[in-house]
Ligand binder design. Sequence first.
Ligand SMILES: [Mg+2]
Ligand SMILES: [Zn+2]
Length: 184
Amino acid sequence: MSRPAVFLDRDGTLNAEVDFLTRPEELVLLPGAAAAVRRLNEAARVVVVITNQSGVARGKLDEAQLGRIHARLDELLAAAGARVDAYYYCPHHPTVGPDAYRKDCDCRKPLPGMLVRAAREHDLDLGASWTVGDSLRDVEAGLAAGTRAVLVATGKPDRLARESAACFAAADLGAAVDAILARG
Ligand SMILES: [Mg+2]
Ligand SMILES: [Zn+2]
């Protein structure tokens, strides 16, 4: 039976937004983020990080460095008893970088490719899932994949044009998780 997931953007949602995070030491969890992830773990929601990382196409970091950043994120979360179940990243950019990374891919948010692939690979129920991010493109990717979505105010200054039961704003990841768990 397919399971409900919560898709989390990384920068500005789980950790403090910096312009192109390239080293594990630069990763700083936002206040309450680890506790929020732990509550999702305890509520049996599959926690999937989905992150645009065009810094790879731009030559700012390579995929091995990105792996080390995610290992550091795992370490910080584990210290608080929390875990990410899977990571998906888009290393591409439509116009910049070497051939392998320069393309119109289907994974760069606002497109829903990462969520769709995660659902297939982890047997996730997209209609019972949520997406949380600090950018409108996170919300758009989540809605396009068929999830509900929450926009948090801890990163980019994006605002929703209007809220609905399927799409609303919250102060931070902790408040987003409150709302998600209350709505089922
Ligand atoms: Mg973000
Ligand atoms: Zn991509």
